[in-house]
Design a protein around this ligand. Sequence first.
Ligand code: C2E
Ligand code: CA
Ligand code: CA
Length: 406
Amino acid sequence: MYSTTKSPKNFSAGHVIMRQGDTGENAYIIEDGKVEITVENPNGQKRVVGTRGAGSMIGEMSLIDNAPRTATVTVIEDCTVLEITKEDFSRRLESADSVLRMTVQVILTRYRDMLNRADLKKQNKVESSAENVERCYLEQTDAVENLRIASEFMSALENDEISLYYQPIIDLKNGDIYGFEALMRWIHPEKGFISPAVFIPVIENNGQIVQASNWAFKEACNALKRIQSATQYHRDLNMSVNFSSEDFSSPNFIENINNSIKETGVKAEQLHLEITERLLVAQPDTAKETLAMCRKAGMGISIDDFGTGYSSLNYLHTYPINTLKVDQSFVRDIQEQKNSKELVRSIITLGKNLDMLIIAEGVEHLEEAQILKDMGCHYAQGYYFARPVPEDEVIKTILEWENRDI
Ligand code: C2E
Ligand code: CA
Ligand code: CA
């Protein structure tokens, strides 16, 4: 429960709590009810950019600067709100525990930086166009949302809100299951599903990814062990885990990987590390040594989203890579675009000449799987075969697996 120097206020549906363009010296915490956030562009067109409910804060910008409100907030379901004034906020901050005070100050400084950057971007474009006002608001909202993600992620990990889903990878030769890719999921108790495409970049930025990846690798090893013994599948299954470049800055990377393998008893040969070309460019030396150690221990190293990154292919023979994952954007166009088809064919030939395994991502239709198989692609992954699902469902999928037509 929150408390402020003021007593809670009640607003009925239709009441405007704050208006775009006005200056304000207070923020509100919504205790109950719902509000709608609207942005008006210079042509007078209004657009709803979101709603907020219990537990959300609105107007928080006014606690850190004197800029006019960037949106209008209207009550759509009767609300009870707590008001926080700038004065109240500063007083609390001054009397707060020193660690807390420093943390808030650091977060606010970063927040202000992000807003300034969003503002700079805006100034570089034609000023005051309709889109600019809306984009500026959305960028500010993103900045707030990212701060929220960063501040909630670690407790989400501890509270089991983060889990892994597993998407089968299929052997195109015979339709068998070759293995899985482990994909992180965040089911937030209030917001529901948060996409990894949203939270992974945030935790990559603030370094929390290192702990998350360590957790994911261990959890994936444990799951592989459980899946293997629950299904008794007729061949050893593989598990691919995604890593980010930040993971390779961690001095304990190899130690953590080895510990997870030792503790769970899975074979190193069953594990694959998925990395992107960006990682190899960002961390050339550290990554090289670390990957060489993993490969020597038997693990596979896959290049994710192959073909979307850097033009230099030099790294393909200087790094210990054994698998290329063809990016889904090429697979999506494989039937209609002759260029995409030829590009995929070239990637397959290139990979095979280097003794690599090729996995095509994003296969949604039988025809794509057939084209890929005819081109000699080894494995495929995509909604045509199976979607990413939690562990119990993936076990069911394997037990009931009937090889798809290819
Ligand atoms: P990715 O590594 O390229 O993963 C494949 C993405 O494609 C997944 O999205 C998957 O659900 C989706 N996908 C699979 N088959 C199909 C298909 O047939 N059609 C379409 N349209 N999409 C398909 P998801 O799970 O939302 O993950 C998005 C990205 O987030 C991943 O892309 C990866 O870059 C990142 N990510 C997810 N989990 C982790 C993790 O544990 N660690 C790190 N570092 N990154 C992760
Ligand atoms: Ca991946
Ligand atoms: Ca990918």
